[in-house]
Design a protein around this ligand. Sequence first.
Ligand code: PLP
Length: 280
Amino acid sequence: RIVHVNGSFVPEEEARVSPFDRGYLFADGVYEVTAVIDGKLVDYAPHMERLDRSLGELQMDWPCTKDELREVHEELVRQNGIEEGVVYMQVTRGVAEREFSFPENTPTTLFAFTQEKALIDNPKAETGVEIVSVPEIRWQRRDIKSIALLAQCLGKQQAKEAGAYEAWMVEDGMVTEGTSSSAYIVKDGVVITRPLSNSILPGVTRRTLLALAAERQIRIEERLFSIDEAYKADEAFMTSASSFVLPIVEIDGRKVGAGAPGEITTALRRLYLESARSAG
Ligand code: PLP
């Protein structure tokens, strides 16, 4: 596999970053994951808007120009022959003596790679997935797409040990989001999802999906919902760049609705995929 580090495309065995990089020492960095379908980047512009915001909130510089970063994405897809999969990219604050406050005049580090994945013909989209709830233990700036993901790793590991696919994090009885996905329930034909704030990551898939749903007159309520409400919902689903829309059929061992992918969920997945494929 060919990866990208600081302006160079190299075989992954040759990629090098200093262990003094602040990404390694402090998880001082941000990232994006962009889906690729039919060899084309999906929702690229909003991913870069979010990257710009994450960098800005942490007073971190862009690693290169916006055009160069697009070129990095496209070149990685091309050189690795990716038809379906993702491009992962991260920017860290660079290499400096270990000190908590920011170093001056230190260039940021860019690292990017591709992963080939079957995103569209995902068997989980047919069967739906099981999830568990876990306590929300993250910091208070979850709107920044930080590479510090230990709480999410713990949550995902708990899910795995319970035989589940994802974990929804719960704060004061209310669902915030999944460890790597946005969270939704459907009740009486209305799609319910938490409004944007510092409590959750502004999902790019969420943004596109809500716009598509609104165009189709599907009713949406952006409000907090509790885990108890989720147990009693008609449908539940999650979204992310790499899973698009995935039905959730069981939460904490309780069947959601009929225990099968819901009608609105299935329609939304189809809608999203159609739009992603036609956007080019
Ligand atoms: N919420 C969290 C915590 C995430 O890590 C992710 C994606 O990784 C999402 C939501 C979904 O965001 P997106 O649709 O931009 O992939």
